[in-house]
Structure formats: C-alpha cells, structure tokens
Design a protein around this ligand. Structure first.
Ligand code: ATR
Length: 280
C-alpha cells in the first residue's frame, strides 16, 4: 500500500454536527485526490494523546472544533502569530519532519465571507458592532484589527468580559453594556452576532433592530440553522445579511491547501451539498 493517501480530519466532542467532513471530502472528490477527511470524536481528556498521535497515524493535520480550540494551544510544536493573538487553534498542519504547527483561520474566513457578499466592505469602512465576547468574538476581532478596523463596539451580556478584551486588544475595542445594545448598533457598517443565541436548541438573540440603519450589513457566526431568527429579522427589514456558512467555507480553503496542496473553490454546488445536510 503506497503511503501517498492523504489523511486529515476534525476533532471535537461531540463531532456529528460538524459539516467539515462533507465539504473537505467534496473537494477531495472534485480534485480527484487520493485521501479522506474524517470526523474524530475525541473526549477532552484524550485530546493530548489524539493530537500527539497525528504524525504517527500519517495525518497531514486536522481541524479542531468545540471544545478543543483553546486547549490545543499547548499541544502543538509551534503557533502562528494569529493563533497566539486569538488564543485558540482551529487548524493543525503536520510538517514533513512530523512537527505540528497550530494556526487559526476562523477570523480570516469570517472577513472573506462578508466580502464575498459585499465586496466593497472592509474592516475600516465604518464602525463595527460585535455581540458576544467569547472565543468566536476573539477570532473575528483579531482578523478585523489585522485589516485596519478602527472602531469595534463590543457588546456583551457580561460587561467585564468585553472590558477584558479591550485590555487585550487595545483602544479600537469599545466595550459596551448589554442594556444599551439597541442604540449602540444603530449606525454601524457591520453588525455581527458572536453569541450562541439563535443556535438550534437555544432561544433567539434578544435584540431590537428598530433603530438599525438599513445600510448595515448584518451577520451571524452561527450556521446551524443557516438562517437564525436574528438574520431572518434583519433580512425582513431590508438589510444585507451574511450567515455563518460562509465563514465555515472560507476558513476551510487555506487548511485544505496546506494538507492537500490545492486551493479549492467555493462553488454553488458545494454550498448546495452542505445545505442539503440541513434538510431533515
Ligand atoms: P464561543 O467560544 O463560541 O464564542 P463562549 O466563549 O461560550 O462561546 O461565548 C458565548 C457568548 O455568548 C458569550 O459572549 C456569552 O455572554 P457572557 O459572556 O455574558 O456569558 C454569550 N451569551 C450566552 N448566552 C447569552 C444570552 N442568553 N444572552 C446574551 N449573550 C449570551
């Protein structure tokens, strides 16, 4: 058996919700590559063993999803600056020497997903409002700051967490209180939901869009479901919306290239293949 079969995968706990196997295997087939991308159900207490085993198993690398992104930081041989700033790893690349490098493509993928829908938008186009201050918010904040964002209003239920991120990331981050959210979003160029509210199984995000400008691009990092009640409300009043699927697809491209050597394309067919998995 030749050892040119390329293996990659995604580690999470649970893992069955991840759409990454669908999209990477779609690309493996499309580009006629010899390989497979597999879901890896890894309990948190076994994460070190699982990651350290990647080179021995012949994996070129893997993605990491909940709840492993932060913990994996200490388990790789090196980290990119972006992963260090975010404080989380979503992608591991195993080098020819067996050394593992950790990176994080989530924030970049997010910025590209917005630009796919609105090509003229840039992080310095105007003020940005982010709802939530967890790991997902950190990833997109780092990418936006790296691309020149000047004002990011960070609105979080627990104000102290927003304050902490402002300390970590500097004066462009303006922490704001949750009670002020309806007014704080009124005039922003981009509004993003980075909380878990609106995810399948959770209540919808509790926010009034009455004061929001019709020009504001409204986005959600959630992709299960593909359109959250928050996005549906924004679309209903005429705002341009961007869902979390674009971030998933765009973060996957550089990872696929690092493992399989091809920069894959995001096509309507690929979107349809991923969307088909949401129909029960
Ligand atoms: P992730 O890594 O996906 O960002 P997280 O770190 O658990 O997940 O962050 C979840 C975010 O959703 C937090 O900003 C959280 O607010 P708190 O910092 O106050 O916990 C936010 N969140 C969770 N439940 C919420 C709710 N009912 N209303 C508003 N925000 C909520």
């Amino acid at each position: 058996m030749p050892n040119d079969f390329i293996l990659a995968g995604v580690m999470g706990w649970p893992i069955s919700q991840s759409r990454s196997p669908i999209l990477h295997n779609y690309w493996i087939n499309k580009y006629k590559l010899n390989g497979r991308y597999v879901p890896l159900a890894v309990r948190p207490e076994r994460l070190t063993d699982a990651i350290r085993g990647l080179p021995a198993l012949g994996f070129r690398g893997c993605n990491l999803t909940m709840p492993h992104k932060q913990m994996a930081m200490t388990m790789v041989d090196s980290l990119t600056d972006t992963a260090k700033r975010i404080g989380a790893v979503n992608c591991i690349v195993v080098g020819d020497d067996g050394k593992m490098s950790g990176t994080n493509n989530d924030g970049n993928g997010y910025v590209l997903s917005v630009q796919e829908v609105v090509p003229s938008w840039k992080p310095d186009t105007g003020p940005i409002a982010i709802l939530g201050a967890g790991g997902a918010a950190r990833a997109i904040i780092v990418a936006m700051l790296e691309r020149g964002a000047k004002e990011i209003r960070l609105i979080n239920r627990t104000y102290e967490k927003a304050e902490q991120l402002a300390k970590d990331f500097g004066a462009a981050i303006k922490p704001m209180r949750w009670e002020k959210r309806a007014g704080a979003i009124a005039d922003v160029a981009l509004l993003t939901n980075a909380t878990n509210q609106g995810m399948t199984g959770k209540p919808p995000l509790d926010i009034s869009l009455d004061k929001l400008s019709k020009q504001t691009i409204v986005s959600d990092l959630i992709y299960v479901p593909p359109e959250t009640p928050f996005l549906a409300a924004a679309r209903g009043r005429g705002n341009v919306t961007v869902n979390g699927l674009g971030m998933l697809l765009h973060q996957a491209r550089p990872a696929f290239q690092a493992w399989f050597g091809v920069m894959p394309e995001i096509t309507p067919d690929l979107r349809a293949a991923v969307m088909a998995t949401f129909k029960s």
